[in-house]
Design a protein around this ligand. Structure first.
Ligand code: NAP
Length: 297
């Protein structure tokens, strides 16, 4: 696909950095931008060109990927001063891989369409480890033909790639994902704490139940870290709080009761209040430990 070789990448955080590196390794020509300049060093060494603004990224790219935090951040990068909209060319594609609100996605897609450009929402699941391995799960909303054109790019970044539906539906799929992630994590933590307070050897429990019907990504990847008391982030509490807001908003808009999500959300609020925003979501256990006055051992 000769006209899709020049990729712009904005947002080189926990996820963006390894994703951008994988694109360079696959032979794409990258122009990158990060708000905090110091994080661009590794990309520059790998051969990426540096841009001084999102506008400059879009001027130099056929496809612009954004991987930043929240809805207002993507809004600023697209519509703000020196934003993508000022530099984007007719027929260019913006792929937003951040997790943001479906409604902001639709607004931005509309603004880009007025310039003759397209937008796909393509949030991901699988944590930083999957970003590094290029095995992310990618859920895509937007025009199917544009999706097909971008498929080689998605295949560089992920393993499971699904076109979900029209604009915004990738983000809706990601909300479904996060509802299940948070509820599962809450249960993993309760189960491990029950085992610990009962005095059972948790390594043995882990070995037994990961082979049975209770296994899950959360148990395998975060349960194991909880047992080792490793709270380094693959996915931070702060970003989970952002996703909890999006879930709550959807629940209210749809007038849909979501009792498990409500309880999980209160615990994430508590973690935020405890100042644990930069830790991994497995720190959920710490809030449970506090009210239960016991610790996983
Ligand atoms: P992160 O490490 O906190 O990185 C966030 C990136 O966004 C940084 O490069 C940051 O720039 C940039 N950014 C934020 N606000 C900005 C703004 N207003 N203008 C310009 N740049 C801005 O987060 P992450 O873990 O990579 O997550 C990125 C997105 O992927 C989030 O939407 C998250 O929900 C989603 N996600 C994450 C995971 C995961 O496991 N980590 C998994 C699936 C999906 P600075 O360097 O200047 O701060």
């Amino acid at each position: 696909m000769g006209d899709m070789q020049r990729i712009g990448f904005i947002g080189l955080g926990i996820m963006g950095k390894p994703m951008a590196l994988n694109l360079i390794a696959a032979g794409y020509i990258l122009t990158v931008y990060n708000r905090t300049r110091i994080k661009t060093g590794v990309l520059e060494q790998a051969g990426a060109k540096l841009a001084s603004s999102p506008k400059q990224v879009s001027e130099n790219s056929d496809v612009i990927i954004t991987m930043v935090s929240d809805s207002p951040d993507v809004q600023e990068i697209v519509l703000g001063n020196d934003g993508i909209l000022e530099g984007i060319r007719h027929s260019s594609v913006m792929i937003d891989m951040s997790t943001i609100s479906p409604s902001m996605t639709k607004t931005l897609s509309q603004r880009l369409a007025e310039k003759g450009a397209s937008m796909l929402d393509a949030p991901v699941s699988g944590s930083s480890w999957a970003a590094e391995d290029g095995t992310l799960s990618i859920m895509v909303g937007g025009d199917k033909e544009v999706f097909q054109k971008c498929l080689p790019i998605f295949e560089t970044l992920g393993k499971t790639i699904v076109h979900i539906g029209p604009t915004g539906m990738g983000q809706v799929c990601k909300l479904v994902n996060q509802v299940i992630v948070a509820g599962t994590l809450a249960s993993v933590c309760e189960g491990l704490l029950l085992g610990s307070k009962s005095g059972v050897n948790l390594d043995n429990v882990f070995q037994a139940i990961t082979g049975g019907a209770a296994n899950s990504w959360q148990l395998e990847n975060l349960g194991s870290r909880i047992i080792k008391r490793d709270f380094a982030p693959g996915f931070t509490v702060k970003l989970m709080l952002k996703d909890q807001r999006l879930i709550n908003q959807a629940s209210e808009e749809l007038e849909l009761p979501m009792p498990v999500s409500s309880i999980a959300r209160q615990f994430f609020y508590a973690l935020g209040q405890k100042g644990l925003g930069e830790e991994g979501t497995q720190s959920y256990i710490k809030a449970l430990e506090e009210i239960g006055e016991t610790e996983v051992k």
